[in-house]
Unconditional design. Sequence first.
Length: 401
Amino acid sequence: MTSSDSTPSDPPQPAFAARVASVGGSPVRDILAVTARPEVVNFAGGLPAPGLFDSEGVAAAFHAVLTKAPQRALQYSTTEGEPALRSALADRTTERGLATGADDLLVTTGSQQALSLLATALLEPGDTVLVENPCYLAALQAFGFAGAGVVAVPCDEDGIDPDALEELVVRERPKLLYTVPTFQNPTGRTLPADRRAAIAAVAARHGVWIVEDDPYGELRFEGERVPWIASYEDAHDRAVLLGSFSKVMAPGLRLGWLRAPAALRRACTIAKQAADLHTPTVNQLAAARYLADRDLDAHVARVAAAYRERRDAMLTGLADALPEGSVWNRPEGGMFLWARLPEGYDTTELLPRVVEQDVAYVPGAPFYADTPDRSTLRLCFVTHTPGEIEEGLRRLGKGLS
């Protein structure tokens, strides 16, 4: 008998942690696995267009780092992040209206890790977190794994209702509010400046942390940039700003960062030490080299121009693809469009029929912390070309008919 064999008398293995069963996997990741076939027009994943990556520039940055400083690039690094990268990120943040020094930042392995670190540093089981309605799915997972109770704040087409937020803060006494105020995932909506100021004031009055996630903000197609919530005076000592290179450089680099008040940043640093010691050194140095040698803003402008064409292609074809009586929004940037089908449609039940037509979306239900609107769906418009979008919408219409 080998050590892997078992008999009826062997004791059972210890159970998994309850959080694994209670939180579950990501429906978005599950859909991506099902729709990975190249013939599928995939509106489901939040995947930046691979044909628009600056592969040459990224390759040159890695080559420079591995040629000029291989021993440093392949060595352990500090948990806080490489100084050259943090300095470049601080400069970019300051230029965009929020005075920031390198020591204000912690480099993370994607901004998703920043959410996990914040959950570890801030949340005890049973604490309350407030989120948008609907909310970024992976944030719901991170807070669920921490054992927090998640409560949705009423929202309209512009985002969070500040009056409703204050009522919930008084009643629920939450630890934090999580928001993606610019080109939100999943809805694509953007929170107006007056509401951002009001939310900062609510947090200041009641002592709530604001976690402001901004992975899409640089992908603006039209309209004026709206200041970060973190830039308002009321939020200066209680706001955490998350950023990422995933949508503007390349998601495979897994590079993100958080800007937070000193005590919270130190707590997140300790949590990161326990999680992965540090984000890969070579990736950090390559990103810093890219920022020094290339014009990231010019690259982002090219990407945004292409994404605008793709958004417009999707908007043009939606009326023919979706059932009569459907409604949808027109985002000013980002990657996502949110649609609601007429009453009686269930986008989760309809998805298998749609996938048979070699096209996919994400049903809206998993994005809700409470009772879902089952007639909703999220469409990502950036991954495919306008011609592919046109064909995908034709298939979608056939699958929904």
